[in-house]
Ligand binder design. Structure first.
Ligand SMILES: Nc1nc2c(ncn2[C@@H]2O[C@H](COP(=O)(O)OP(=O)(O)O)[C@@H](O)[C@H]2O)c(=O)[nH]1
Ligand SMILES: [Mg+2]
Length: 217
């Protein structure tokens, strides 16, 4: 009886106080997005390779008082135009890069398209240089330079070096998510709805007042 009651209390507490957020994980195919989602979810290394993501996967992850709905998007070229729909309601965007691939030209091109999209203005961006267990790999400084991250303004941008496979640096990723859990989604913003701490950006235009299109079903 007591167990049942305390279980009920926990459920009510979670329902009332649990913070909710949505996160979009994007990046080229093979960057390690699905492995990252698994590493965040399970908090331990992911030794086995996962099947390629066809379309997208959605996963709900609970971390302490935070409930995270993660959109793991396919990275193949024909799927990339859909990224914007998954990102448009996210509290933050995780952009995963294979840092053992020393040429980031294609990744840079796709990142530029995403950050220039008016619907995604202001959404915090975390760039993750994955596969840092492989040598050689690009350091955070090299990723910042090659992806021109300092030129992205009007939103918070961070860059970490990780290994999803070995679950390295997952705490930093989770802390970034926790920090942005309460951010209002762009669809809830007014046309000029920048938060006071984010200055208007010369690169991105404000989100339009109309509601963004829904994700593909
Ligand atoms: N060495 C290494 N391999 C990784 C890492 N993360 C993912 N991989 C491998 O990269 C391949 C693609 O991973 P996957 O998560 O499916 O990539 P996605 O296409 O971006 O979802 C798989 O063989 C993974 O095992 C990592 O941190 N280090
Ligand atoms: Mg995948």
């Amino acid at each position: 009886m007591f167990q049942w009651f305390s279980g009920l209390l926990t459920s009510i507490k979670e329902f009332l106080f649990q913070k909710q957020m949505e996160v979009a994980v994007i990046g080229l195919q093979n960057a390690g997005k699905s492995t990252l989602v698994q590493a965040i979810s399970e908090g331990r290394p992911v030794p086995e390779a996962l099947l390629p993501t066809i379309g997208y996967n959605v996963k709900s992850i609970k971390k302490g008082g935070l409930s995270i709905k993660v959109w793991d998007c396919g990275g193949q070229q024909q799927l990339r135009p859909q990224w914007v729909q998954y990102c448009s309601e996210a509290s933050c965007i995780l952009y995963v890069v294979d840092s053992s691939m020393l040429d980031l030209e294609e990744s840079l091109r796709e990142l530029r398209t995403i950050v220039a999209h008016p619907q995604l203005a202001e959404i915090p961006l975390l760039v993750l240089g994955n596969k840092n267990d492989l040598d050689p790999h690009l350091s955070v400084g090299q990723l910042v330079a090659q992806l021109s991250l300092k030129s992205i303004t009007g939103r918070e941008v961070a860059c970490y070096s990780i290994s999803a496979k070995e679950a390295r640096n997952m705490d930093s990723v989770i802390n970034f998510l926790i920090k942005h859990a309460e951010r209002r989604r762009p669809s809830a913003n007014s046309a000029s709805g920048a938060s006071p701490s984010t200055p208007p950006s010369p690169l991105v235009t404000p989100a339009p007042a109309k509601a963004p299109p829904r994700r593909p079903e």
